[in-house]
Design a protein around this ligand. Structure first.
Ligand code: UD1
Length: 462
C-alpha cells in the first residue's frame, strides 16, 4: 500500500500551475460522444478520473490520443461500438450516468448503465437526472440483475424539447439534461439549472460543436436541438478546487505561492473568505499569489452553496485551515447532507470541532429538522498532532494532506489513490514548493500501482 509521509513546519514557497479542471474534463469527454466529429481538448489534467473516463469512452467506440505531457486529448467517435457501460465502471454513477444524456439521441440501442448497490429510479442520487431525461422523451427503467442493477434507457420515439425545472440546481442533472437536449427536436428550457463554471465550460464547448445554447438570467439554460456538428478545439478551464487547495496550503504553512492559472472569476467567494480570515492574496494577470499575512482570524460564518456560493469542495480543506485560525467559526454544509465525516480524524489530531444537526448560521437548508450532522463549529488555533490516517474521499484527502503540512509532527496518510484521481501530480507539486511530503510503500504491502490493476476503476467520489 502506497502512503504519503507528511511533516509540517516548512512554509510552501514558489509557483505552481493549476491544472485543467477535473469536473470539466471528464464531462467534456462524454459530451464529445454526442457527434462523430473530432474534438481536441487542451489543458487536460493527467489524473485518475480522466484515465477512467478515457477508458469508458474507448469502451463504447471513441478513438483517443492522449498526449499526457502536452495535456492534449484528441477524441473522435465515428461510430458507437456499444452503448453498454461495463460493470467495472459502476462504482460511481457520476460519470457513467451522463452516458445516457450523451447517447440517447445517437443510438437506437438500449443504453445500459450498471450501478452498484442498487439505486432504484426515483430515489437519490440520480432522480433529478432520470426525471429530466424522461421529460425529454426517454424511457428509463431500473432493472435488478444477478449481481447488481442497471439503468436501461432509450428514446425510440425520439427526443423532444421540453421545459424542465430541476428541484435543485444539480450540476450532474443539468449536464445530463443539456447533453440529451442537444440532439432533441425543438427547444429545451432548463430552469433552476446549475451554473457552475464547469457547466458553463460545457456550454461553451457545445456551442463550438454546433449547439444553439444560451445561458439566460435566473439559472435558465435554453438549448435548441441540432444534428449539424463541427470539429472542435477547446481549452479546458483551470481547476478552481485545486487552485484553492494550493491557496490554503500556502497560507496554512505561512508561505507564499503563486498559483498560475487560478481564475479570479471562478474564485470570488473563496477569495472573500480568505480575506476574512486575514490571508493575503494578490491577483495577477495570469494567476493569483497567496501568502501568509499574519495570524489567521476565525469568527467566520461559511455556508456552502451552489455557484456562485462557497463551493462544497472547498469546505474540507477550509475547515482544516480554520483549525489554525484564532476564534470560533461556523460552517453550514447545505449541498451534501453528510460531508463532515472527515472531521473525526482532525479531532483526533487535536482539532476542536463540534458537529451539529441544526442549520447553524443564516438560513435553514433542505436538511433542516433531519438527522444529518451538517454544521460544525471550529475553534482555533489548536496544534495538530501526527497520526496515521486513511483518506475516505478525494477532498477530505487534501484536507488531511493540508493538516499534515500544518502539523509539527509526522503524519502517515493512506488511501492516497483518492487524491491521485483528482489532483495532478500532487506529490511533485508540493515537493517543488518545499513541502515535506514523500510517497513510500508500507513495508510488507504491495505498491498501489500493482494493486490498482486488480482494483475496479471507480471514479473518485465527488
Ligand atoms: C458535482 C461535482 C462535485 C461537486 C458538486 C456540487 C463532478 C464530478 N462533481 O457533483 O465535485 O461537489 O457537483 O458542486 O462534477 N442530488 C439529488 N438527486 C440528483 C442529483 C443530485 O438529490 O438526481 C443531490 C446530491 O445528492 C447533492 C446535491 O443534489 O446533495 C448536489 O449534487 P450535484 O450538484 O448533482 O453534484 P454532482 O454533479 O454529483
Amino acid at each position: 500500500m502506497d502512503i504519503f509521509k507528511v511533516r509540517g513546519g516548512a512554509p510552501l514557497q514558489g509557483e505552481v500551475r493549476a491544472s485543467g479542471a477535473k469536473n470539466a474534463t471528464t464531462k467534456l469527454l462524454v459530451a464529445s460522444l454526442l457527434s462523430d466529429k473530432k474534438s481536441v481538448f487542451h489543458n487536460v489534467p493527467d489524473i485518475g478520473d480522466v484515465e477512467v473516463t478515457v477508458d469508458l469512452c474507448k469502451e463504447i467506440g471513441a478513438e483517443i490520443q492522449w498526449d499526457r505531457a502536452a495535456g492534449i486529448i484528441e477524441i473522435q467517435t465515428k461510430e458507437l461500438k456499444s452503448s453498454y457501460i461495463p460493470q467495472r465502471f459502476s462504482g460511481s454513477n457520476r460519470i457513467p450516468i451522463l452516458m445516457i444524456g450523451a447517447l440517447l439521441g445517437r443510438t437506437e440501442e438500449d443504453i445500459i448503465v450498471p450501478t452498484s448497490g442498487g439505486c432504484p429510479i426515483g430515489t437519490r442520487p440520480v432522480d433529478f437526472h432520470i426525471e429530466a431525461l424522461r421529460s425529454l422523451g426517454a424511457t428509463i427503467e431500473y432493472r435488478n440483475m444477478k449481481q447488481e442493477g442497471a439503468y436501461f434507457a432509450h428514446a425510440h420515439s425520439g427526443l423532444q424539447g421540453a421545459i424542465i425545472t430541476l428541484p435543485f440546481p444539480s450540476v450532474g442533472a443539468t449536464e445530463n439534461t443539456i447533453l440529451a437536449a442537444v440532439r432533441a427536436k425543438g427547444t429545451t428550457v432548463i430552469k433552476n439549472a446549475a451554473i457552475e463554471p464547469e457547466v458553463v465550460d460545457m456550454i461553451l464547448y457545445l456551442q463550438k460543436l454546433g449547439a444553439n445554447i444560451a445561458l439566460d438570467v435566473d439559472r435558465t439554460i435554453r438549448i435548441q436541438g441540432t444534428r449539424k456538428f463541427f470539429d472542435v478545439e477547446h481549452h479546458i478551464i483551470s481547476d478552481r478546487i485545486e487552485a484553492a487547495s494550493f491557496a490554503m496550503a500556502a497560507v496554512g504553512t505561512k508561505g507564499r505561492v503563486f498559483v498560475k492559472g487560478a481564475d479570479h472569476l471562478h474564485m470570488i467567494t473563496f477569495l472573500n473568505k480568505m480575506r476574512e480570515i486575514g490571508a493575503g492574496f494578490s491577483i495577477k494577470n495570469n494567476g493569483i499569489e497567496f501568502y501568509y499575512d499574519g495570524p489567521l482570524q476565525g469568527g467566520l460564518h461559511i455556508e456552502t452553496d451552489v455557484h456562485p456560493g462557497f463551493m462544497t469542495d472547498w469546505q474540507q480543506p477550509f475547515v482544516a485551515l480554520l483549525t489554525q485560525s484564532a476564534g470560533s467559526s461556523v460552517i453550514h454544509e447545505t449541498v451534501y447532507e453528510n460531508r463532515f465525516g472527515y472531521t473525526m480524524m482532525l479531532k483526533e489530531m487535536g482539532a476542536d470541532i463540534e458537529l451539529f444537526k441544526q442549520c447553524l448560521g443564516g438560513r435553514e437548508c433542505r436538511y433542516a429538522g433531519q438527522n444529518f450532522y451538517h454544521s460544525v463549529i471550529v475553534k482555533g488555533p489548536t496544534p495538530l498532532h501526527g497520526k496515521s490516517i486513511s483518506i475516505p474521499d478525494l477532498r477530505a484527502g487534501f484536507a488531511y494532506v493540508l493538516a499534515g503540512l500544518m502539523s509539527q509532527e509526522e503524519m502517515i496518510i493512506s488511501g492516497i489513490h483518492f487524491v491521485k484521481r483528482g489532483y495532478e501530480d500532487l506529490l511533485g507539486k508540493l515537493q517543488n514548493l518545499g513541502g515535506q511530503i514523500e510517497q513510500t510503500t508500507l513495508p510488507g504491502s504491495a505498491s498501489d500501482t500493482k494493486r490498482d490493476k486488480n482494483l475496479q476503476p471507480i471514479l473518485a467520489v465527488i
